[in-house]
Design a binder for this molecule. Structure first.
Ligand code: PHB
Length: 390
């Protein structure tokens, strides 16, 4: 208890110091990037770090004359560790912005630090709807599950899917995805045979897939976090679920570009809804993917990478708008309403909710030049988080 009080006071003091220090030009502008570089979400950390470094390499390491420094820390996906690192970054390193956050619990555990120290928290990966409500200093450049799940539920009923089993990871984003999909699917006249939730840590999908198979639905709707999709896909194929007439659908986390090309032909034809595909046919995306692949041999950027790249863009824009001065409140004001073209398409930050507004695409896994990609075939423009417009 004592320790916590002490740290709380230190964070408050650091916040006051930081706003003063920010005015002192000549000090570097520090971005504390907290990511899972090891552990089950390591691919998310790898993708975001690579994208953030690419953004700096392409746009320079100075903004409005102020030197920008990235301080990257590994939280191993443990939220207590995320919070401790965030405290250290604010108190000892005097970072101007906290960014990253590979999973929802990591983003939530840091929210009180962001609030107390008035430090913007740029959420580049985590996707539970309510995250932006946890602190007025949180801004998100990733996505929310309902953004993707609602258009997918509409597509499903229009395309002959009358019944589903849902299978999601049992925590924030999975529950959001399940709720949004089920509500919309039922409202459209679809039948939900069963809703299954699988533990986030060390999941064993086989008993759940068995249950899903026994329900004989037209489709299985899946959400599992980035890095886990290939395991589900492999078992879905091995069990012959597609041959038994069950279609696999989901948010784009299941056909994650980081793993998709290694999933094999079993992934062909899978329909997902998401905000980013490495195959997105814009000039900016083609440049982004080429530059990313050139500097990171053997890697293809996924939706986590684009969240990191755009998060850096947002921070650079905000620092520019404050003429290099920074300061938590000024940065946050500058981030609200910011809009630009991302490799995923046009995006903006809703000034009321601080959440991202973006296009959602329906995509189908196809072979393109010998490689598996999510090929977009329909666009829903400027989608806000449906969970917040209720
Ligand atoms: C999350 O924990 O919020 C999360 C992680 C990975 C995803 C989506 C959401 O792919």
């Amino acid at each position: 208890m004592k320790k916590r009080t002490f740290l709380g006071a230190a964070v408050l003091a650091a916040g006051a110091l930081a706003s003063g220090a920010a005015l002192a030009q000549g000090q570097p502008f520090k971005i504390g990037l907290i990511l899972p570089m090891t552990g089950p979400q390591a691919s998310t950390g790898r993708q975001i770090e690579a994208a953030a470094r690419l953004y700096v390499a392409q746009n320079g390491d100075a903004v409005a004359g102020r030197k920008v420094e990235l301080v990257v820390r590994d939280d191993t996906s443990l939220p207590d560790m995320t919070k401790r690192i965030a405290q250290e970054l604010v108190v000892n390193d005097h970072v101007d912005v906290l960014a990253g956050f590979g999973i929802t619990p990591a983003a939530l555990s840091t929210a009180p630090i962001a609030t107390q120290s008035k430090t913007p928290e740029v959420v580049m990966a985590a996707a539970t709807s309510t995250i932006v409500d946890a602190s007025p200093y949180i801004v998100r450049t990733s996505f929310t599950l309902p953004q993707a799940a609602v258009p997918l539920a509409d597509w499903a009923v229009k395309n002959g899917i009358k019944s589903v089993v849902t299978l999601v990871s049992d925590y924030g984003p999975g529950i959001d995805g399940e709720k949004a999909f089920v509500e919309r699917f039922k409202a459209n006249g679809g039948k939900v045979v069963e809703s299954l939730r699988v533990p986030l840590r060390n999941p064993d999908f086989s008993p759940f897939l068995q249950k899903a198979q026994d329900g004989h639905p037209d489709a299985l709707f899946v959400f599992v976090p980035s890095g886990t999709g290939a395991a589900v896909m492999k078992q879905f194929v091995q069990r012959g679920m597609a041959k038994a007439g069950i279609r696999l659908i989901g948010t784009g986390d299941i056909t994650d570009d980081d793993q998709l090309n290694d999933m094999g032909d079993g992934a062909l034809g899978v329909i997902t809804a998401h905000h980013y595909s490495a195959e997105h046919p814009s000039a900016l995306n083609k440049q982004f993917v080429a530059a990313f692949e050139k500097t990171n041999k053997g890697m293809r950027p996924n939706f986590m990478a684009v969240g990191g790249y755009d998060g850096m863009h947002l921070i650079y824009d905000a620092l520019k708008k404050t003429a290099g001065k920074g300061g938590g409140d000024a940065l946050l004001a500058a981030m609200k309403g910011d809009a630009f073209e991302s490799p995923r398409g046009p995006i903006s930050i809703d000034p009321q909710t601080r959440d991202i507004v973006q296009n959602i695409y329906l995509r189908k896994v196809e072979r393109v030049n010998g490689q598996l990609y999510n090929v977009e075939f329909e666009t829903f423009k400027d989608v806000k988080d449906p969970a917040k417009s209720k």
